[in-house]
Design a binder for this molecule. Structure first.
Ligand SMILES: NC(=O)c1ccc[n+]([C@@H]2O[C@H](COP(=O)([O-])OP(=O)(O)OC[C@H]3O[C@@H](n4cnc5c(N)ncnc54)[C@H](OP(=O)(O)O)[C@@H]3O)[C@@H](O)[C@H]2O)c1
Length: 197
């Protein structure tokens, strides 16, 4: 299958790190900030569209993307309240909400359990982090896992999109470990060991 073109909506910490990593891995990448015209062009151009925007901007970005039915949409969002408490819902993920807004697109939750400084290489201190990807469309999920592998991650199928609710909680734990009382900083990450036959 042809290498998918990657559009990244948002060129902040996450967007710029993913752009660097995907380009280093040989992918064709375009990224954009919030300008609606640029977002629409990125939506038309990319096969895989990464939503690297604040949770509060997801719906707006999806609307501005235009017609994206059949395309892969990657939700990297972590849901936080302004007081840094958990803004997600363990009974229904933000990614499932994204799927509702992006009807007909193939939504995959991924990258949210990784700190931006570790995203371009998929590694911390030379050790590959797991890229956990949850989604209902096997081909879309494979595109994301293949991208992660090419960037340097250890790709891990994390099951259906409904499992995104647990990835979102894990992303929140990552933030707690980094910036809560333990203060481990961003030089940390998760790895699933011992799976497979
Ligand atoms: N930082 C991390 O380590 C990390 C790790 C995992 C997941 N995440 C998640 O990744 C997402 C992005 O985080 P970040 O740290 O990269 O944030 P950021 O540095 O603040 O960047 C946000 C980007 O979103 C764009 N944006 C804002 N509103 C938009 C809209 N309506 N339409 C299109 N683009 C819009 C901004 O564009 P303009 O500059 O043009 O306004 C900016 O480029 C968040 O959901 C966060 O929870 C972050």
């Amino acid at each position: 299958m042809a290498t998918p073109k990657i559009s990244i909506i948002g060129n902040g910490n996450v967007g710029s790190a993913l752009e660097k990593g995907a380009k280093s891995a040989g992918y064709e990448v375009r990224s954009t900030g919030a300008d609606p015209k640029d977002v629409r062009a990125a939506g038309a151009w990319g096969d895989v569209i990464i939503l690297a925007v604040p949770a509060s901007a997801r719906q707006d970005a999806i609307q501005n993307l235009g017609e994206i039915r059949g395309k892969t949409v990657v939700d990297v969002t972590n849901l936080m309240n302004p007081d840094w408490s958990y803004g997600g819902d363990i009974k229904r993920s933000g990614a499932e909400q994204v799927q509702e807004w992006a009807a007909g697109a193939r939504v995959v939750k991924a990258f949210n359990t990784v700190f931006a400084p570790n995203m371009a290489t998929g590694k911390v201190k030379g050790e590959a982090l797991s890229l956990l990807a949850a989604g209902d469309d096997a081909a879309a999920k494979k595109q994301v896992l293949d991208l992660g592998k090419a960037m340097g991650f250890d790709p891990v199928d994390a099951g259906p999109l409904s499992n995104a609710r647990y990835l979102e909680a894990l992303g929140f734990l990552n933030i707690q470990l980094g910036f809560g009382p333990t203060q481990y900083g961003t030089d940390i990450g998760f790895k699933v060991v011992g799976r497979g036959k």
